[in-house]
Ligand binder design. Structure first.
Ligand SMILES: [Fe+2]
Ligand SMILES: [Fe+2]
Length: 224
């Protein structure tokens, strides 16, 4: 039986050109999903500040947030931007993006710290060990990656995507409550729950503030 998920993954895909300037590579990755990486970089800094973490190099934290979904450059856009729920097979393709990200970012290895590589590879690990990537759990997952994982989910829920409307603040808070200590580091998740308005406020720009009211549609969150 043919490995269709492999076919789906590689069909028509090429690695980025070796001579793509590093600035262009960072820009391309951080703009996937309409600037999701850029926003995760911002939110990661806000969460780290709220948690009183001063051990992180803030520039590296921002960069790690921006680059966490590097592997999505290798996911076919008809899967990545599908305006519908994904099939099980397509979900398996999406789950390859942490490992693909590590493969892609090797091209630019000299520009990135271990913190960035950890975020690329481990941002879908879960506190309870049921995530994907390496199967890490709890404090085996680096603290910076645990911060980025929360920023990732908060932005994914808050954003409009082809398959979902933005969630309200109360729905995002409900999800964080449900996944506090299962998906997420419980201490960090509690800080996000208690400061969610502040965190989301960091995304407010004149453009987003003037946007039409949110249409609430809680179901459908699939793929941060
Ligand atoms: Fe991801
Ligand atoms: Fe993401």
């Amino acid at each position: 039986m043919p490995d269709t998920s492999k076919d789906m993954l590689w069909k028509g895909r090429d690695l980025p050109p070796l001579d793509l300037p590093i600035e262009g590579f960072i820009d391309a990755v951080s703009n996937i999903d309409s600037g999701h990486g850029k926003r995760v970089g911002i939110l990661s800094g806000v969460i780290a500040d709220l948690a009183g973490i001063n051990s992180f190099d803030r520039a590296q934290l921002k960069l790690a947030g921006e680059m966490h979904d590097t592997g999505k450059v290798m996911i076919p856009s008809d899967i990545l931007y599908a305006p519908r729920a994904l099939t099980l097979e397509e979900k398996e393709v999406i789950k390859k993006h942490p490992l693909l990200g590590i493969a892609v970012i090797q091209y630019y290895r000299q520009h990135f710290s271990q913190d960035v590589l950890d975020a690329v590879l481990m941002h879908h690990e879960r506190w309870d060990g049921n995530g994907y990537g390496l199967g890490l759990k709890g404090e085996q997952i680096p603290l910076m990656t645990r911060v980025i994982s929360l920023a990732d989910t908060i932005d994914a829920c808050h954003s409009r995507r082809k398959y979902k409307a933005p969630w309200t603040t109360s729905f995002i808070r409900e999800l964080l409550e449900q996944e506090c200590g299962t998906n997420f580091d419980p201490d960090l998740a509690r800080i996000c729950i208690d400061n969610l308005e502040t965190i989301l406020g960091a995304l407010e720009t004149p453009a987003t503030a003037a946007a039409p009211p949110i249409i609430v549609a809680k179901p459908g969150w699939e793929n941060p």
